[in-house]
Design a binder for this molecule. Structure first.
Ligand code: 5GP
Ligand code: ZN
Length: 136
């Protein structure tokens, strides 16, 4: 289903033009308008889901399979030295468009980008506490 007023629904279904690098029945893959690096692209499912929690499992699996295929193609064709997959859920995690998307970010030596976090230093007890919360 498309969602009214969703920009990525409109792009994925062709109502708004985009620089498309791949398309099939389930996905459209477009170049990001505010790219982190040369070739930064977004895998957009044609069916609307706000985020990963709502995404059907089948679509999630297919998106990762497609990311694998496109990462190889983009690395070869663009001469990338590395590759990041990024997927944000929720404002606090940096999601700005509330239609699931998977970022494909080719990386180059000295591209000046930093995608990462500051590592914490948990004790074994803290790790065990978290482990139990997740599995319990
Ligand atoms: P998020 O922060 O939600 O994970 O990523 C949203 C991404 O969508 C950003 O990288 C932003 O540059 C990109 N973006 C937002 N609006 C448009 C648009 O209309 N067209 C394209 N191609 N990219 C967009
Ligand atoms: Zn949508």
């Amino acid at each position: 289903m498309k969602k009214d007023n969703c920009i990525f629904c409109k792009i994925a279904n062709g109502d708004i033009p985009s620089k498309t690098i791949y398309e099939d029945e389930m996905f459209k893959v477009i170049l990001d308008l505010g790219p982190a690096t040369k070739g930064h692209a977004l895998i957009l499912p044609k069916e609307h889901a706000d985020n990963l929690y709502e995404l059907p499992e089948e679509t999630a699996g297919a998106a990762m399979k497609l990311a694998k295929k496109l990462s190889v193609q983009m690395k070869d064709k663009l001469g990338a030295d590395g590759f990041n997959l990024v997927q944000n859920n929720g404002e606090v995690a940096g999601q700005t468009v509330m239609h699931f998307h998977l970022h494909l970010i080719p990386r180059y030596q000295n591209d000046g980008q930093r995608i990462g976090w500051t590592p914490g230093e948990p004790t074994q007890e803290e790790l065990e506490d978290i482990r139990q919360k997740i599995v319990g």
